[in-house]
Design a protein around this ligand. Structure first.
Ligand code: SAM
Length: 473
């Protein structure tokens, strides 16, 4: 990190701006907003600065800059159009270990002014450390659009209640839970509509109520890996949870987005490595919720597609635990899109079947007759290990040997790989390219469109294609 973001209180603190023109004026305005004690030094001042001086808001020193002007100042801005003067200011201030900013000269800045989203008292500062100010400005514009105006008054209101809440709830966790409840309540909409009095009354009421911590489980689909494929709801709940129960399929980048101080519990789940048995996971969710915790049960893809979300929710329901279910982009949708393979296409596939290559022990065998039908796409989850069996059964039941196939490993992630070929090469392609989990198999004519439509792999230069196989039987 080149600059540590800190917020300083400048009330009546002595700061110096060297310069008297428009740029100096801009910096002076920023300091005045923070109620700093501003002195400007220059042989000439613009009218607005003179007016500020006339109103006793700033002190003007009508002179050329000298080292003594730095005496007692805690922040210095050099805002002249003379590089030599700016440089001298920088050198002298730096020698005194005083923070200095030479406007538009990032190497000569020991502090910088970030772009600001101002929802007083909420302030968001964005900086690119001087490398890309336009990008920082664009980000600011996005945040300006996203963050509602009433956030400021809301923060003021709750700020007034902090002391009472601290007295009412001795433990940090209880206080946090109380505030989460407030921000999920009609207090927010009341502030939004300007009914501050109503919001205050509501807050008092909530404070008086005997609050029993009420646990809840959010069964959240995290999508196939690219964090930008998360839904807004998933992100919100991930940031609200006390505990996050996750498995290996959730990418590291997504785990980076969960609330920093949430407890993290990994329940494993790789083929053949069920670190925690499903029954234990079910019970863990119930226990945590019954302790009053907000639990985010986060899963790769969609929780209800080969995610065992159904089983977990059944147990929650049977134990009267509150829950929410947030769908996620399933691997078939995410991986196929990032590999440029439309799952249906009027010329190639009128139907799609989601298939698991890993059936429950003693479970039913797949309906190969139906799976081998033409003009449909098969999206096969967990099919890598069983690929020789899948290939053999489909061929045996009449699917053409030349049917295009695609194997998508780590779909939508930075290390996505796509290998294409034809059905009678499937198992060999997997072996030859040493495909690892997670990988999705797509079987059907649409797989051939990858060559025309792939974009993610091409951009990231990570796609790899099957070499022609000459030794395939
Ligand atoms: C237990 S299933 C979970 C599926 C998940 N609930 C979903 O909706 O995508 C795991 C299988 O999903 C597929 N899968 C999940 N994420 C994937 C990814 N990023 N790339 C390729 N395949 C993926 C693989 O076939 C993997 O073995």
């Amino acid at each position: 990190m080149q600059y540590l973001p800190i917020f300083t209180k400048l009330d009546n603190k002595p700061v110096l701006v060297v310069g008297g023109g428009e740029v100096a004026l801009r910096k002076c305005r920023a300091f005045l907003k923070a109620r700093a004690d501003v002195t400007l030094v220059a042989p000439w001042f613009c009218e607005e600065l003179k007016e500020h001086a006339h109103n006793d808001e700033v002190t003007l020193i009508d002179a050329y800059f000298e080292e003594t002007h730095l005496d007692g100042k805690i922040l210095i801005i050099a805002a002249t159009d003379n590089d030599e003067v700016n440089n001298t200011v920088f050198e002298l201030a730096n020698a005194r270990n005083v923070f200095v900013n030479v406007v538009d000269d990032q190497p000569k800045c020991t502090f910088i002014f970030p772009s600001i989203v101002d929802r007083n008292p909420i302030t968001i500062a964005i900086s690119s450390a001087g490398t890309a100010p336009v990008l920082a400005r664009r980000l600011r514009e996005k945040l300006e659009a996203l963050i509602p105006q009433h956030i400021g008054p809301l923060a003021n209101l709750v700020g007034g209640f902090r002391h009472k809440v601290k007295q009412r709830f001795k433990h940090f966790a209880d206080r946090r839970q109380f505030w989460e409840g407030v921000f999920d309540s009609s207090v927010v909409s009341k502030v939004q509509t300007g009914d501050t009095h109503g919001a205050e009354q509501q807050l008092e009421k909530m404070l008086d109520a005997k609050v029993e911590p009420e646990g809840e489980v959010y069964v959240v689909g995290a999508g196939p890996g690219d964090p930008e494929l998360l839904t807004l709801k998933a992100l919100q709940l991930m940031q609200q949870a006390d505990v996050v129960v996750y498995d290996y399929l959730v990418s590291d980048e997504i785990m980076e987005l969960v609330r920093r101080d949430a407890d993290l519990i990994c329940v494993g789940k790789r083929l053949g490595d069920h670190s925690v048995a499903q029954e234990d996971t079910n019970q863990m969710l119930v226990d945590l919720a019954q302790q009053g915790k907000k639990v985010c049960r986060i899963k790769g893809g969609d929780p209800f597609i080969y995610g065992r979300g159904g089983e977990e929710v059944q147990v929650l329901a049977a134990n009267n635990v509150n829950y929410q279910i947030v769908p996620g982009i399933t691997a078939a949708a995410g991986c196929s899109a990032y590999a440029g393979i439309p799952l249906t296409h009027r010329d190639h596939a009128q139907a799609i079947q989601f298939v698991t290559g890993h059936c429950k022990k003693g479970g039913q065998e797949l309906n190969w007759q139906s799976l081998a039908q033409k003009n449909q796409t098969l999206a096969i989850y967990m099919g890598v290990i069983k690929s020789p069996h899948i290939q053999a059964e489909l061929l045996k039941h009449g699917r053409e040997a030349t049917t295009p196939v695609a194997i998508i490993e780590n779909g939508t992630r930075k290390n996505q790989r796509v290998v294409t070929g034809q059905l009678d090469q499937l198992a060999q392609l997997i072996e030859q390219h040493q495909i690892i989990s997670p990988a999705l198999l797509i079987i059907g004519e649409v797989a051939s469109l990858h060559d025309q439509l792939h974009w993610f792999g091409e951009k990231a230069q990570i796609s790899s294609f099957a070499q022609p196989l000459t030794d395939v039987a």
